[in-house]
Design a protein around this ligand. Sequence first.
Ligand code: COA
Length: 371
Amino acid sequence: MISRGLEGIVANTTRLSDVLGEKGQLIYAGYDINELAGKVSFEETIFLLWNERLPDRAELDHLSAELRAHRELPAQVVEFLKAAPGAANPMDVIRTAVSMLGLYDDSKGDSREANYARCLSLTAKIGVLTGYYHRARQGKDLPPVRTDLGEAAHFLYLLNGEEPTKEAADTLDLAYVLHADHGMNASTFTARVVVATLTDVYSAVTAALGALKGPLHGGAHEGVIVMLKEIGDEDKVDAWVDAQFAQKKKIMGMGHRVYKTLDPRAPHLRDMAVKLTAQLGEPKWVRMSERIAELVKQKKNLNANVDFYSATVYYSLGLPTDLFTPIFAIARTAGWTAHILEQLADNRLYRPLSEYTGMPVGLTVKPIDER
Ligand SMILES: CC(C)(COP(=O)(O)OP(=O)(O)OC[C@H]1O[C@@H](n2cnc3c(N)ncnc32)[C@H](O)[C@@H]1OP(=O)(O)O)[C@@H](O)C(=O)NCCC(=O)NCCS
């Protein structure tokens, strides 16, 4: 039997997260995402994914301190971020910088402790290199990393050069929690396939970044903002959606391979989007989104996915559109690294088969001048 795109195929077991497509439920290590959202920070979520349990106060403080202590980038990576083309897709820059981090990590050994240390270092640095690149491409200075801010607040601090409001930091923190892991999605599968060859952690995360960049995966929410701006006004939504369907074009942020009902992350992001756009005096973005979601549901029975509302949340926070996917990547590094550690703990190489549909065997090679 062939399953194109491996749809419906169970490729491995995992204790980290479960996506129940029919129920619209997402579980991280035994906790429903609706239980975690608003109650745990991104740092607690990282601990949960790496340890399969929530930390106590001392463990959380320890992990937070460790992450903060590993923010500093190697000088060569900083030089690269300054030299990288300002017009590049930031995901290309981040992917290259993560690969470079591997060059300057001279730690040895392949024990769980050694790989855990690499995962921690990478998780601590990915937000920093994203923030630094964003500043560098605008010709701005690169402020020294700080150790008095949590992950979300520190990222916003690097982007804007000033401390974020508590509300902005909490909003991004919750978006990080919601994006941290998601079963065997394409980039996580990529990370697991790559590390299962017993290559290194950096190669696996570099590959995962390449997968996440695609518009059918993490790149979708950038498309949502492009779409909303293209539509422009609430009274143009219906005609625009009809035209998309007539041209058989996909509507970004709608549909999901696994969820056949509402993506459980979407309502949390919708609530944030409603609050933020109201504060900004631009509630029309959410109203337009709601109408698109309604029409797509009616016409195709497709539901909004995580990207549909996170786009508006990030936009309302003043984050540049081309950093939406990098922000997803920062959050998902928690999941990728957890899956890498889980894969390595009980490794088996991924090696599926393919069905050959080429020419029947038996062709003979003609001399080149006779072909
Ligand atoms: C996520 C996605 C790739 C899942 O796709 P999939 O499981 O391969 O689903 P299919 O492409 O087989 O779609 C099934 C049907 O729904 C339609 N469909 C799926 N997503 C659609 C969308 N976003 N807009 C319009 N139609 C869509 C397909 O055209 C297809 O219709 P058909 O049966 O008439 O040909 C797909 O829904 C998509 O491209 N969405 C937009 C990108 C996006 O938001 N990605 C982020 C995912 S978190």
